[in-house]
Each structure stands twice: as C-alpha cells, then as structure tokens.
Design a protein around this ligand. Structure first.
Ligand SMILES: Nc1ncnc2c1ncn2[C@@H]1O[C@H](COP(=O)(O)OP(=O)(O)O)[C@@H](O)[C@H]1O
Ligand SMILES: [Mg+2]
Ligand SMILES: [Zn+2]
Length: 363
C-alpha cells in the first residue's frame, strides 16, 4: 500500500470526524452564519484531528457549492478537488517544528498582502506553532494585529503554555480532546471494512486501545496489521504484533509491589525487556493502569465506565484498588511517570524502571 492509512482515511467532510463534537458544532455554526474568525488556535494532543479540522475548515470556506447550508464541503467542485489532492495554492501549511519559522513567517507576511488566486480565502495553517522563535512570533503578531480580510490563520499546537499570550489572545481557541476507545473503534471499524480487513472484534478493540487516545496512532497500528493479508487476524496476533501487554501483566507487577517482592519486581522488568517489549509502552500503559486503580480506589463504581474491560479484568483492578491506599497509588504514579521521562535519556532502557521499583521500596 502506498498511502499511509491515516492519510488515506483523513475525513473529507465534518460528518466523518469522530468525537470533538463541540468543535465541529461550533465551526459548522460559524460557517452557516458566515461568522468566521480571522485566527483560530487548535490545541490538543497529537492525532486527535487538529490538522484534519483545519483543512476541513479551509476547504469548506472556499468550496464553490457548499452543502447543508454551507456546513459541509461538496467534495466535487474543482476547489474541493484541489484541497483533497493537497494542491490548492491558497492554502499554506507551515510546520514550525521542522524549521523555527522565521523565513516562513517572513514569506507569509509578504504573501498575505495579495489576495487569493482563485479561492475566497487564503488560509495559513501553522502547525506546532509554539516552536516558533521569538522573532517569528513577533512577525506573526504584526500580521495578526491587522489581518487582511481575505486571510485566515489556523494555529495548531500540542503545548499551549508555550504560546505567547499576545498571540493566543488574538485567536479563537478550541481544545481538542483525546479520543475515547469507542470513538477510535468507530473509525477503525469503518477503515477495516473499507480495507476488507478480516479481524476479530476483540483484536480491533486492542488496536483502538493501542492509540492511547490518538486516532492517528491507532490507524498506523491498524496499517501494520494489513500486511497480514486476507486471512482472519486473531486477538493473539494483534497482541503479538503490537507488543500489547495484557492487563494481567500490570496486575502481576503491581502484586509484586504490594507484597514487597523487590527482587522479583526488578526481574519482572528485565524479563519484559528480554521479551523485546517496548518499555516506554509498558510504562505508559502501567501509568494508565495505576490511574484506573486510583479512580476505582476513590469510587469503585466508576470502573464500570472503563470500556474494554471484561469481567475478569474488572475484578482484578477492583481487588488491587482495595488493597492499596490512595497515597500509595499516587506515589506509584509519580515515581513511574518520572521513570518514563527518564527513559528518554537513559542509555539503558530498563534502568529507570528498575530504579523506580527500588525507590518505591525505600520507605
Ligand atoms: N477526530 C478524528 N476523526 C476522524 N479521524 C481522525 C480524527 N483525529 C485524527 N484522525 C485520523 O488521524 C489522522 C491524523 O489526524 P490529524 O488531524 O493530522 O491529527 P493532529 O493534527 O491533531 O495531530 C487523520 O488523517 C485521520 O485519519
Ligand atoms: Mg497536525
Ligand atoms: Zn466544493
């Protein structure tokens, strides 16, 4: 396959977007009323639809024959076609992460003065905008202070706290949320069907979970499974291929911590490493497990809300949530979150986790 799944299935209209209902509703309302801001700020974690929504907005604004009272692009006019093929000249995308942007913003300031070639609006999408240098921010600010009426800026960022207030205060801000497992599953089901992928329902659920809230990551993982061909992909194969760690592993590991089995807990980590498991992935999922312990510790009834757990798994979580105190769980979360960060710079991948175990037993 030549096109990454997540590119191939990027929503072409607002109705294909899953989740982010508050944003879709608000943008469509603005489109319907023609009340468009000159600058938007899309904030949120990776793979949740920021770029998708920015391009959708740009396309719909410029579409020649909008549908549904102007709320959807037609996807047939030549403007929509240009957008869908990524060759509309009035859309400029700048990635502030790959170059800190000063030349790009300078070019932007030049080009923004001229009207669009054949669209209604010139749209500038600036991705990872928090990465711009101070000089680039200042240049951008000048443009945002007096935007030409034909220009629209859509800034996107995963780290809003790094954006100067002078910039963000001139934008209309939308907060994108991590997608839930069932929202991700909804889209994966569509993709799997379109790709005629033969996969267990349970397997697809695991793929959805593997995205940790990011649809892009889940779709990338689904892409990895496609190479399996037409035969039925089982849950076990999905787990194996994605290096999925079953909940029972976290239960066992936590059990060793509860029982004070220091050496066993340390060798549990080395065993994972020897099995070729991605320890960063393990830490991420373990922190997720701890969070579930914490929430059920505070109120056991809330665990029912965690999609994707079977009865046995729910039982395991509840039993440990009762044994540990809230303080112990919080401490574990803090220790293991730090370990996960340290893993990025550690020359030995498993070391931060081993140290985390020792630290937990220190008092
Ligand atoms: N809310 C969503 N609904 C449907 N697909 C989505 C959504 N968010 C992400 N995706 C999928 O993930 C891919 C990457 O999304 P993107 O909008 O580029 O994420 P972001 O810019 O937030 O990192 C899209 O091409 C699409 O396939
Ligand atoms: Mg993006
Ligand atoms: Zn159109």
């Amino acid at each position: 396959m030549d096109l990454a799944l997540y590119r191939k299935y990027r929503p072409k209209s607002f109705k294909e977007v899953v989740g982010q209902e508050h944003i879709v509703k608000s943008l469509q309302g603005a489109l319907e009323l023609g009340k468009i801001s000159h600058a938007y700020l899309f904030i949120g974690p990776r793979g949740t639809g920021k770029t998708t929504m920015a391009r959708l907005l740009a396309k719909t604004l410029n579409c020649e024959k909008k549908d549904a009272n102007g709320k959807e692009p037609c996807n047939i006019c030549f403007i929509c076609k240009e957008f869908n093929e990524g060759r509309n000249l009035d859309l400029t995308e700048i990635d502030a992460a790959s170059n800190r942007g000063i030349d790009e913003i300078r070019n932007l300031r030049e080009s923004v003065r001229f009207g669009p070639t054949h669209s209604y609006y010139k749209v500038y999408i600036i991705d990872e905008v928090h990465q711009l240098t101070d000089a680039a921010f200042n240049a951008l600010l000048k443009t945002l202070e007096e935007p030409p009426s034909h220009a629209i800026f859509i800034l996107a960022s995963t780290e809003p706290q790094k954006i100067p207030e002078t910039i963000s205060s001139r934008t209309q801000q939308f907060n994108f949320r991590n997608l839930t497992q069932s929202q991700i599953l909804e889209k994966l089901n569509r993709v799997a069907k379109a790709e005629k992928l033969n996969i267990d329902d349970d397997g697809l659920k695991v793929v959805a979970l593997s995205g940790h809230g990011s649809l892009r990551d889940a779709e990338s993982n689904l892409g990895k499974l496609i190479s399996f061909g037409s035969k039925k992909i089982t849950l076990a194969e999905v787990e194996d291929l994605l290096g999925f760690i079953p909940l029972k592993s976290f239960y066992d590991f936590t059990g060793l911590l509860i029982l004070g089995k220091r050496e066993e807990a340390v060798s549990f980590i080395s065993n994972l490493y020897d099995q070729g498991l991605d320890l960063e992935e393990f830490s991420k999922s373990f922190i997720d497990y701890l969070r579930k312990l914490l929430i059920s510790n505070l109120n056991p009834a809330t665990l029912i809300n965690f999609a994707g757990y079977n009865q046995e798994e729910t039982r395991l979580v509840l039993s440990q949530a009762k044994i540990l105190t809230k303080e112990q769980i919080v401490r574990l979360v803090k220790i293991f979150m730090r370990a996960k960060e340290e893993m990025k710079i550690s020359p030995i991948q498993q070391l931060p986790l081993e140290l985390a175990v020792l630290e937990y037993f220190e008092n």
